[in-house]
Ligand binder design. Structure first.
Ligand code: DC
Length: 223
């Protein structure tokens, strides 16, 4: 059986996860947030106390004992690190920076590659990330590059953090966003870039509901 695969890539804070989750629910597909995988590997490195700037130290955390697991509970993706549910712990600014750092290590990407491939092979899915349309699912049925201005994205992320009781100043959120954009698009391996055959969707000037509609219509119009 052939499953429908939709790849949604774009920078941090473009609304990829919220929009993809809603679109997947409406289409009856599963939603796979691949950033959560990198966040889990990053959190593990932080917890193990290794120097995350050092590639070989990061690689040393990918032991046979390490378990990075994605489970669906009530249709929602949850991340488990060595059996512990870390779905909230991976959302802090520290875990974000660690994720960005470890995601630049080729062996980390290779470590998570099969997991992503196998999920797509066995499910109708919307998979979001940075390199889904370019590297993980180059034959995806629909590819979307979802973006918005850094200011619009920082504003949204700032509000999200506040709602979770995390009081990071806006300026810091914006600076983090710009740094992560730079790092994600300038790294040597699987840099963030629009696939040649991806459809560009910019949500800087449209609200959430309109963005969800845009993505659902784009998917329906292209499968
Ligand atoms: O989407 P996010 O903010 O949860 O992603 C966390 C980090 O992981 C981000 O800095 C980029 C990286 N990432 C990646 O390199 N490739 C992916 N497919 C998804 C995320």
């Amino acid at each position: 059986m052939k499953f429908i695969n939709v790849a949604i890539d774009g920078p941090a804070g473009a609304g990829k996860s919220t929009i993809s989750r809603k679109a997947a629910a409406e289409l009856g597909y599963i939603y796979i947030d691949t950033g959560a995988l990198y966040r889990t590997v990053g959190l593990n490195a932080l917890r193990m106390g290794v120097d995350i700037q050092d590639d070989s130290a990061v690689i040393s955390t990918l032991t046979d004992d390490l378990s990075v697991e994605l489970r669906f509970i009530d249709g929602e993706q949850r991340m488990f690190l060595n059996g512990e549910d870390v779905s909230s712990d991976i959302r802090t600014p520290e875990a974000s920076m660690a994720a960005s750092r470890v995601s630049a290590v080729p062996k980390v990407r290779a470590y998570l590659f099969d997991l992503q491939k196998n999920l797509a092979k066995t499910n109708n899915c919307i998979m979001d990330g940075r390199d889904i349309g370019t590297v993980v699912l180059p034959d995806a049925d629909v590819k979307i590059f979802l973006t918005a201005s850094p200011e619009a994205r920082a504003e949204r992320r700032f509000k999200e953090l506040q709602e979770k009781g995390i009081n990071t100043p806006y300026e810091e959120v914006l600076a983090d966003m710009i740094k992560r954009d730079y790092d994600d698009s300038h790294r040597a391996i699987a840099p963030l870039k629009q696939a040649d055959d991806a459809i560009l969707c910019d949500t800087s000037n449209i609200g959430l509901e309109e963005s969800i509609r845009l993505i659902i219509d784009t998917i329906k119009g292209n499968i």
